[in-house]
Design a protein around this ligand. Structure first.
Ligand code: FRU
Length: 488
């Protein structure tokens, strides 16, 4: 697609273009059953996640015309339980002076009976140079969204490039603060902080100072919040090199945890950068608070600059399940929100002690389910689960007791990803007993290890009838106790 094609508005669609695309998308064998996915075209970051007027509002970056990044809309869905989402159509339409080339990512804040939506207006001039504007749109109680005509921040501050976007706004002590992803003139990434008394006039306070002078060339999609006694900064650094079992995806999504910041003088004392997800497809996570004070995170189950097998069907990507965050012993735990249990249908169980073999389960199979398994190593060198298994396909999740890694292997999962980032991900763990909670959908799996100590997320693209589940061990025994709930 040429830039002229990619940066069209929906009103520029050719006759039948959208209907034809829709037919192709609906015929795709990899449409998800219980994840938020685009009706056609490409979904990327979750945006504007918030609770307002009795329900959750969630938006996502959406390009309608196919599985490519081009003109971005905010697409709107709502929910009362975080798992059943209602399609509300387009939330923010780009194409005006300050968002001529897309309504890029941002956040929501409920205040004074309105939902304030902050986003980056992407524009390109005739030489295709970027000029980002930070913009505001306001949703009223009836769900009408009105864009403010002029930006609230009209240029990056001196010292930073045009890679300046993704405002995440919060309120503290009657003031409003925003973090934004930015790039210093020396091409290193950082987060900038702004403040406001009224959400309309914003002043630049400086960088949110971390210990990273040179950690990737751009930081996208920051989010700052407090959880328990801690301050947590999420962001997506681009351009880190892989090291051992870390940073193996093309770009990273992770967090720093430390002392809560004083936003008036924002120096952040923090620990190491930790990846939020140890799998393959995870980026641009955003959080909000539930009405009862839980911190909920949703991510994009995809990555920038990566092609996926659904591209040939005219669509790409979905969002992750919402995860509830908590901190235990200094570790950020992520658990699927309790409401996922609303998706449970028939229940099946399987308990087996497996000795140097692979047993195909008669009692458990499917392509859309939750599977909880307690794995107890009893001499085995390797033990795990093969799922979405068919004649020539399987996805493997196992514990390697020799190298002490939980391993997710999608080498034979089905249609392959065309990239150089490998088909195995590992999470270091030294344990005899491990709990694994898998959420399998038509073309994805999310794996919560040891009740949220780590998560591994992957898109997988198997044949529809690759729906088997097997337990296997090598070099000794292991015991498996599993419960499955079908989700369809
Ligand atoms: C992250 C990102 C954001 C930007 C948006 C555009 O995936 O590049 O930085 O606002 O996507 O769709």
């Amino acid at each position: 697609m040429t830039n002229a094609d990619k940066y069209r508005l929906l009103s520029d669609a050719a006759p039948d273009e959208l209907e034809n695309l829709s037919k192709r998308v609906n015929a795709s064998p990899w449409r998800q059953h219980y994840h938020v996915q685009p009706p056609i075209g490409l979904l990327n970051d979750p945006n504007g996640f918030g609770y307002f007027n009795g329900q959750y509002h969630l938006f996502y970056q959406w390009h309608p015309f196919g599985p490519v990044h081009g003109m971005k809309y905010w697409y709107h869905v709502t929910s009362t339980d975080l798992v059943h989402w209602e399609d509300m159509g387009i939330g923010i339409e780009p194409g005006d002076e300050y968002d001529s080339h897309g309504a890029y990512s941002g956040s929501a804040l409920a205040e004074d009976g309105k939902l304030y939506l902050f986003y980056t207006g992407n524009t390109r001039d005739k030489d295709w140079m970027r000029h980002p504007y930070q913009c505001l749109a306001v949703m009223d109680q009836d769900g009408n969204i009105t864009k403010q005509e002029t930006p609230i921040i009209d240029a990056p501050p001196p010292g930073y490039t045009a890679h300046f976007r993704d405002p995440k706004v919060w309120k503290a002590a009657d003031r409003f603060y925003a973090v934004l992803g930015a790039q210093r003139l020396n091409k290193t990434g950082c987060v900038l902080i702004y403040k406001s008394d009224d959400m309309h006039t914003w002043s630049f306070m400086g960088e949110l100072k971390t210990s990273f002078a040179d950690f990737g060339y751009m930081w996208e999609c920051p989010d700052y919040f407090e959880l328990g006694e801690k301050g947590v900064l999420l962001f997506c650094p681009q351009g880190l090199l892989a090291e051992k079992d870390r940073f193996e995806n093309i770009h990273q999504a992770g967090y720093l945890m430390g002392e809560p910041i004083n936003p008036e003088n924002p120096h952040f004392q923090h620990g190491n950068f930790m990846e939020l997800d140890r799998g393959f497809d995870f980026y641009a996570a955003q959080t909000t608070l539930s009405p009862d004070g839980k911190r909920i995170l949703i991510g994009w189950m995809g990555l920038p600059d990566t092609n996926y097998p659904t591209d040939m069907h005219g669509w790409a990507h979905c969002l992750t399940l919402p995860r509830e965050l908590s901190i235990k012993d200094g570790i950020l735990l992520q658990r699927p929100v309790k409401e996922v249990e609303l998706l449970r249908k028939e229940k099946y169980t399987a308990s087996h002690t497996v000795h140097n073999t692979k047993i195909q389960l008669a009692e458990i199979n499917g392509s859309s389910y939750e599977l909880f398994c307690e794995l107890c190593m009893d001499g085995a060198a390797k033990a795990g689960i093969s799922f979405r298994t068919g004649d020539t396909e399987e996805t493997l999740l196992y514990y390697d007791a020799v190298s002490k890694y939980v391993v997710l292997d999608r080498t034979r999962s089905g249609a392959a990803m065309k990239n150089d980032n490998g088909s195995i991900r590992r999470y270091a763990l030294d344990a005899r007993k491990i709990t694994l909670r898998l959420f399998v959908d038509q073309s994805s799996v999310e794996i919560f290890i040891n009740d949220g100590e780590a998560v591994m997320t992957a898109r997988i693209f198997p044949e529809n009838d690759s729906d088997g589940v097997a337990f296997f061990t090598e070099g000794g025994n292991a015991k498996f106790d599993a419960v499955q709930w079908l989700y369809q």
